[in-house]
Structures are given as C-alpha cells and as structure tokens.
Design a protein around this ligand. Sequence first.
Ligand code: CU
Length: 227
Amino acid sequence: MRTLAIVALLGVTHAHYTFPGLVYNGVTEADWAYVRKTTNFQSHGPVTNVQDSQIRCYEIEPGSNGAKTMAVKAGDAVGFRVDGAIQHPGPLAFYMAKAPAGQTAESFSGDGASWFKIYEDGPTFGEEITWPSAGLKEVSVKIPTCLAEGYYLLRVEHIALHSAGSSGGAQFYQACAQLHVSGGGSKTFSGVSLPGAYKASDPGILFQLYWPTPTSYTNPGPAVVKC
Ligand code: CU
C-alpha cells in the first residue's frame, strides 16, 4: 500500500504534458500531424527560460518538421489534445501569428512582432486559488470571427506556477498548430515577439502560488485582442 501511495504521489508531482493532437470538427488528429513536433515529445518537460527560442513553439527542429496545415473557418473552435492532462496549476492562453504574404503556415517561422493573444483564462480565488484548465485533457479556443483570411500559427500555452515563487521556476508548456483561416473578416493584428514578450520578473511569471493565498493574478504578455 505504501508503495502505491508513493507512486501515486510521483504521478502528480511529475505530471508534465504536451499538446500533440489538433482537434477540429470533432476529430482528434494524429499526434504531430498538424502541430509542430515539440522538443519535449518524449520527456513532456517544460521550458523555464522565457528568453529561450523554445518559448515560441518548442520545435524539436526549426519549422514545420512534417506537420501539415488544417483549413478552418473563422469563428470555429480549434483545440489541442493534451497528452497526459493539465495537472499543474496555472493560466492557459492561445496566441496566433499570421504568415506574411508569400509564406505559408508551414514555411512561416513566427519571427518578428507577429504574435497576438486571442484567449487567456484566470483563476478563481478562495481558500486556495483554482484554475479553469486543471485536469483538462483537451483545450480549445474560438478563432476570432474578424480575422483576415490567410495562413496562421496557433500557439497554445500553459504556464505551471507550482514552483514559480522563485525566478525561473515557472514552467512553460507550448506548441504551435498550422492553420489556414477563411470565412472571417479583414482584420489583422500587430503583436509581440516570442521570445521577447515575457520577462522572468513579470508578476504573472514570478508568482507565489501558495501562501499567503493570492487574491489577484496578472497574466503575462499582451492583452487579448478584440474584433
Ligand atoms: Cu510537470
């Protein structure tokens, strides 16, 4: 019994995760078929240095690395299967970046101030702080209805805050899917660079999760765009 209890505990403390499977129209696609394969595809471990180029898409090789592009409609929900589950506490966010003219979702590196945030969640405060993504095995976001047609990268990001009370302790889990968006509007958004958008000292990254129990949380990065 004691062994089982210890194993169960390790399962919780080492509950890293990846986002390998794109989910669209009720179909969960094969791992890395539409998501750029991440360096942690086996370890499931995080990035902890916000200045590391891996903070962007966590690519095991630069570029699409064999991933294809999913055609989606603006206004539809697009999701990611979580390998494992989101078992660390912290905020979930989605960013997009539009490929410049002449490039595709597969050729676009995501360089430059191209990343705009389309979603972020925040915690509920009580005797302890709780997060909407806790335990999820799939996460999804609505593609903004106003987006201009084109090729995009869609980046999912979960920041685990259980060790974030010291600098460099926050854990970043992210991946990028390749999309072609149509049926939207004509809106384009400027954005931030990744890396570049975050500092280790940002209040949502250097964050004491436990005691005294937090009563507010400030998501790092830019504000969510509005159509
Ligand atoms: Cu972990």
